[in-house]
Design a protein around this ligand. Structure first.
Ligand code: J2J
Length: 538
């Protein structure tokens, strides 16, 4: 298979190299260098193991050999679905070493999402856990394999039953291929997606390494840092801002926390003396609440990052007094651009803003609906391009048409303003997705599933502000004949093989959607009106 590319104009690629952003390293090269510098330092701790950098490196190489021996070839795509565990890293770096392209899915994903990723990525492999969180992923693999005939290799981490176990692959002395080119695509990340199904985000070795190397510097990561992945590690935030990859760059220790609940996470913080972790706002609120009455000693925690959705300034102000650590706000996206408040920023900037970009070469444009820049300090749509922001999604011309301007800016869909200090404040969103505790749900995707129910004539899914989740999803449904039961509709969505977080939190039945006499309105306007009407009623 040909290496996937992400193309920046030549003059910009040259500039990014000249400035030392892109250094021609590969993802596996990052691990190799750290393993050479700190072989006996503990690299990763999880429920499945405690490995030094030397052990992690050796395990990754063994997996690479096993995958090549099994018949996979450089450039092949492999969907990875693993929870937070040490093996996540050995598998992913094994794939990198073999020149295979991981496609990162979340433990919450089910048949509908996994088959979509496999098809869209033209993947030939799928690596999954045996069980996690009360769910048997092998069952999922059996179903998926029947639906996607191009899927030739399924490997289970753990108890494989009749499937192929990853640890049982004959590694032998299989020769490893040359390492991939640093400007080639290293993996496909998934987008939160505001229209339809998730899009695939191709990130190159050069651009991604720059983003997490610079992030690790901004966040002061050193070999003494103990970074805990509390959120699902396949998310771009715990993966790269600076996340587990930034930690590997810095030679820090990684703790793979199996659940972000305060009961579990606090215990890991105490035992492993965790110094830094990242959360979405609803979890940060839970942790702040729990901190006052926990018996665990969480005093090692030095930096709490909060991002993925807007963190209210009132809550942000309480972090230092409740959790007794510093706060860093993070506003990022899997497509690229990441903003941080800096650790030495004055308190007002840290609590009231979502930070400033990583790179001096991150270009920020704030525009009105016509695409014209707004006056300084006013709110508008955020467009961006730069040394680690993609120029195109994988294999999706119509999404690319919508999501990028002609001169290569990514339309984030976020409404922001810039402070005089050059910091961004997120004010809202133009796109139609629901940001449910940091998980982005496309309204259109859920509407399409609802419309497949025989009892549904029409459906519109909207985001409703929620005190716990930030936003929850509400589906307005016009029945086709007798009203279906709410529980049936939810069960129907689940039965379509969707991640649980996509099941509407609330369903409201309506007789019609004719909210004005003006005739047909766009979906976007319709969703807006339904949301406003419901909020007025509440
Ligand atoms: C408001 N909205 C935010 C914030 C993200 C670091 C951190 C987060 C993500 C992420 C990431 C926000 N305040 N602090 O990839 O590397 C919303 C915006 C944004 C979208 C991106 C990272 N932080 N958001 O959340 O790809 O709407 O990445 O465009 O999942 O989340 O979502 P995602």
């Amino acid at each position: 298979m040909l290496p996937l590319r992400q193309t920046w104009p030549q003059h910009l690629a040259d500039r990014y190299r000249e400035k030392g952003y892109w250094r021609g390293e590969t993802m596996f090269g990052v691990l190799r260098r750290t393993a050479a510098a700190y072989p006996e330092n503990l690299a990763v701790v999880g429920t499945d193991g405690r490995w030094t950098y030397r052990e992690l490196f050796e395990r990754a190489e063994r997996i690479a050999r096993g995958l090549i021996a099994a018949g996979l070839a450089p450039g092949d795509r492999v969907v990875v679905q693993l929870p937070n565990c040490a093996a996540f890293l050995s598998v992913v770096f094994g794939l990198f070493r073999a020149g295979l392209i991981p496609v990162f899915s979340l433990p919450a994903h089910r048949e509908a999402e996994i088959t979509h990723f496999l098809r869209r990525a033209e993947a030939v492999g799928y690596i999954l856990a045996d069980r996690h969180g009360g769910f048997d992923y092998r069952e999922l693999a059996r179903k998926v394999r029947q639906q996607v005939t191009a899927l030739r290799h399924v490997f289970v981490v753990g108890e494989a039953e009749e499937l192929q176990g990853l640890d049982d692959l004959p590694a032998g002395e299989m020769a490893l291929p040359d390492e991939p080119r640093p400007d080639s695509v290293a993996f496909l990340q998934i987008s939160g997606g505001s229209t339809g199904l998730s899009k695939l985000i191709p990130r190159t070795h050069d651009d991604y390494i720059y983003s997490f190397r610079a992030s690790a510097e901004i966040c002061g990561m050193t070999p003494d840092t103990v970074f805990m992945a509390s959120l699902p590690v396949a998310h771009n935030f715990p993966m790269s801002s600076p996340g587990v990859f930034g930690a590997i760059y810095a030679g820090a220790r990684i703790v793979m926390c199996p659940s972000p609940s305060p009961e579990t996470a606090f215990q890991w913080i105490e035992t492993e003396r965790v110094t830094m972790t990242g959360l979405v706002p609803p979890l940060a609120l839970l942790w702040m609440q729990a901190a006052g009455r926990t018996a665990f000693d969480i005093s090692s925690l030095d930096v709490l990052q909060v991002g993925g959705a807007k963190f209210a300034p009132e809550a942000a102000r309480r972090v230092s007094s409740t959790l007794r650590c510093r706060l860093q706000q993070v506003f990022g996206m899997a497509e690229g651009l990441v903003n941080y408040t800096r650790l030495d920023d004055p308190e007002d900037l840290v609590t009231e803003t979502q930070g400033r970009p990583i790179s001096p070469d991150d270009e920020i444009l704030i525009v009105d609906d016509m695409g014209q820049p707004v006056p300084a300090g006013e709110r508008g749509l955020l467009l961006t391009r730069g040394p680690y922001t993609i120029r195109a999604y994988h294999n999706d011309p119509s999404a690319n048409q919508r999501a990028f301007t002609e001169d290569g800016y990514y339309r984030t869909g976020d409404i922001v303003r810039m402070t005089p200090e050059g910091y961004l404040v997120v004010e809202g969103r133009a796109g139609d997705h629901i940001n449910r505790a940091g998980e982005k749900i496309s309204a259109e995707e859920i509407e399409d599933h609802l419309l497949a129910h025989p009892g549904v004539f029409d459906a519109a899914v909207v985001a409703i502000p929620d005190p716990y989740l930030g936003e929850r999803s509400c589906a307005f449904v016009i029945p086709n004949g007798p009203k279906p039961a709410t529980a049936d509709l939810k069960a129907f969505i689940r039965g379509r093989g969707l991640a649980e977080f996509k099941v509407p939190d609330q369903i409201v039945f309506a007789e019609s959607f004719e909210t004005t006499a003006v005739g047909k309105v766009s979906r976007k306007v319709l969703r807006q009106r339904l949301r406003d009407a419901l909020l007025l009623r509440e």
